[in-house]
Design a protein around this ligand. Sequence first.
Ligand SMILES: [Ca+2]
Length: 517
Amino acid sequence: MNRADTDDREHQADDGKCNAPRRAWARSLPARASALLVLVLLLASMQSVGAVHARAEEARQPNIVLVFMDNFGYGELGCYGGGITRGAPTPRIDKLAQAGLRLTNFNVEAQCTPSRAAIMTGRYAFRSGCGSVPLTDGLYGLTQWEVTMAEMLSDAGYATGIFGKWHLGHTKGRFPTDQGFDEWYGIPNSTDEAAWTHQPEFNAAAKEGLSDYLIPEYIFSGKKGSDPTRVKVYDLNERPEMDRACIDHAKDFIKRQAQAGKPFFAFLPLTLTHLPVVASKEFKGKSGNGKWGDVLMQIDAYAGELLDLLEELKISDDTIFVFTADNGPEMSPGHQGWSGPWRGSYFTSLEGSLRVPFILRWPGKVPAGRVSNEIVHEMDLYATFAKAAGGKIPQDREIDSLDQSDFFLGRSTKSQREGIVVYVGNDIHGVKWRNWKMLFKSLEHGRGTDNFVTHGFPQIFNLYEDPKEEYPFTKDSAGKLWVRWPMGEILKAHAQSFQKDPAVKAGTPDPYVPPSK
Ligand SMILES: [Ca+2]
């Protein structure tokens, strides 16, 4: 896949899909200007196909390091108002933000599994049958039919490694090394499972063989082309040192690829700050301000280790480094994180669930010290990385990812995206458009364990005026209800997209064949 192909895809998207509904969430110019632009681009592209090919050959494929924290709230880092207010400064990550782009409206899906599905596929998680964390069916995760970010980058010539939590399947054929990663060290499911083997009732039930899935969580090690092996049980003794091990394996991977001169994708879905929140022995008690300060020191130091390694290997300038998270903060007392100025925990449709920290550094390419409140979704990394890497975006399915290269690289002050559909599990709770949000459903008190509430009349919030989503429109403010129309277009386009390309049902076994084939 070369750059020209990627560009073709964009033209196709502009020409074929930029109908009225699509315009509501993807920016567009007025029709005449747009037609003129297409003509200019067409003429330019006719003249420059050769040049584009040459540029693609010349351009070094950047390495990509993607740190993807777990249940790490918007408010935790110093550069987002946390740090010392949470018990420990985060100087390394704050400095990273100064050296790159920091987003204040970077959106994710509300739970672990869907967020991982979305970032890996560039598609809303509902499309891949991963709209919810697995609750009762152990056969979950991405079907082989999905083209993961790792597969896309692998096809473009990248070495791919994942070090941490997958949570997109724990059965044969669904491990990360079955989905495009060359190597993996980490856990297939989630960190709460580390407590299981400490419970006599679990151990007794597991012995009964009541379910194939009633087994302890294991730490796995795997290579593409063979079944991953169980290294050891992931229990409460291993939990504090899990991220240490992931960082060490990632550093080893990065060193090997740098020495081989091969572009790499290092995906680090670390396990903090998912419950149980525990610092490693190296950091326990170190902040002097309790557990949360300790883990913040740890996270900051680990990010610093990765950055130092890139410097030592002299590849900082050739590496896109992203620090972000899969969803908003934990809700369980004793482990709860902080969503900063927003309200709500993960598993909700509130901004605290959807907005997470996002920092991207690419020295010499992405302007330093920029902060933006433009709407970006984690899905957008798929097309954006594809552009940077010369990767190929699948053409035979709905892709929700928008290429944010121009925005990230500072060629545009605007994101390609003006809105998102807000899911909680497999349910659409609402929609965001510009600074507005409309919710049809909520969690009663803003915590993921609360009862679902369906609103008799949709709640509409101006997020500039009401960041905590406390004062939905009443009859007194009905004059602004016009905002529902552009929001309605987003929802209509989203609903229509499933007619052409139906969602994969949760629990679908492989091989999955789309109905149109
Ligand atoms: Ca999570």
